[in-house]
Design a protein around this ligand. Structure first.
Ligand code: FAD
Length: 336
């Protein structure tokens, strides 16, 4: 492989129902800095159906060039057509770097494309820099966040990295920027399409956003399962609170990312914050330490959350919650 043939910082632009996702604009922001340091172009790869009109937005957010594929096969994210298109563009254009958002879409797409291109992928990066040797330095937490590992991809191209939403900064929009918009003529291999879109079932969203809630009942890995989480939802219902969570619960798929409190989630400042089965990792504390009154339940009396709590209860949250719900119900019945 002649590494010198590979040029340009490419950003995969994620869209949902033609709405460009913030993480992609954040990656254009960081990609601009990387491309300038490398003295190479910043290119947006935009896949979707009837998306051509939005290409200029990507130039306004920092791209020098947009390569787009407009096809009904790309109307909604499906692994195979998206992987085919991104791999085909990469094989044809030979990018030096490809950046992808570490969203559920990006996490599905990035490893498949890296395998098709026979290159490496560093997932969930929190920092991207260029070394003196002009290599991409991809930094990500390792060993449960206890140390930061900087990873390079010295022998293969493109250098591929995925980055969590909310970590990089968008550029200010400059609608006077100009750039090239190119339609990529994609020939799909439909015989490889194994999955068909049938129906989208949308989850009913909470009415109150966690950043606006006065009382938050927040669950962590200590709550553990979907069944136990119902106890927590009942408590929230009983006291008119809103449900939120630590990232552990989001990563387990029990709670949506829109309810995550912390450094890569939302910053909240309720009057009362219940931290239930949450250890109190620094990234979580960063998002809730300004709460007026913090009540923590944890079975480990040494848990860091107690250093931030106004009221701490040492015990099994999954035994305490049903008791609490029962007592609150009795109290409400008496009042009625
Ligand atoms: P754990 O750390 O596993 O803690 C579980 C706790 O539950 C423990 O204290 C345990 O004693 C207790 N427990 C277990 N069973 C019970 C029980 N039956 N009853 C009572 N207590 C029990 N985290 C966030 O929350 N938000 C973020 O935005 C965020 N951003 C991050 C960004 C980066 C770059 C990195 C590296 C990490 C980030 N994290 C974030 C992750 C963070 O470091 C922790 O891993 C995460 O907060 C841990 O969640 P947790 O407290 O629910 O789980």
């Amino acid at each position: 492989m002649n590494l010198n043939e590979y040029k340009g910082v490419y950003v995969f632009i994620e869209q949902k129902s033609r709405e460009i996702q913030n993480v992609s604009l954040e990656l254009l922001g960081r990609g601009r800095g990387l491309a300038d340091t490398l003295e190479e172009e910043l290119v947006a790869i935009f896949l979707g159906n009837e998306i051509k009109d939005q290409c200029q937005d990507l130039i306004s957010h920092g791209a020098d060039r947009v390569i787009y594929v407009d096809s009904p096969h790309l109307d909604r994210y499906l692994t195979e057509p998206y992987a085919q298109a991104l791999a085909a563009i990469s094989k044809s254009k030979k990018p030096n770097v490809i950046l992808i958002g570490a969203t559920s879409t990006g996490r599905d797409l990035a490893p498949r494309v890296s395998a098709r291109l026979s290159t490496g992928l560093t997932a969930d990066c929190t920092s991207l820099e260029i070394s003196e040797e002009k290599e991409l330095l991809m930094t990500r937490p390792a060993f449960g966040g206890n140390l930061m590992a900087t990873i390079i991809c010295p022998d293969h191209r493109p250098q591929m990295s995925s980055v969590r939403p909310g970590v990089m900064q968008k550029l200010a929009v400059d609608s006077t920027r100009t750039g090239e918009i190119i339609n990529f003529d994609m020939k799909f291999d439909e015989s490889k399409f194994k999955v068909r879109f049938i129906e989208e079932v949308k989850e009913a969203k909470q009415l109150v956003k966690i950043e606006d809630a006065h009382v938050l009942v927040s669950g962590g890995r200590g709550v553990g399962t979907v069944e136990n989480f119902k106890n927590l939802e009942n408590l929230a219902l009983n006291i008119g609170a809103t449900v939120s969570a630590s990232r552990a619960m989001v990563d387990l798929g029990i709670v949506g990312h829109d309810r995550q409190v912390g450094q890569t989630g939302k910053t909240v400042r309720p009057d009362i914050y219940f931290a239930l089965g949450i250890s109190g990792a620094i990234q979580h504390i960063a998002g809730m330490e300004e709460s007026e009154y913090i009540i923590a339940i944890n079975k480990d009396k040494g848990a860091n959350i107690f250093n931030n709590a106004d009221l701490g209860i040492v015990g099994d949250v999954n035994k305490i919650l049903p008791l609490l719900n029962r007592e609150i119900s009795k109290f409400s019945q008496k009042k009625a």
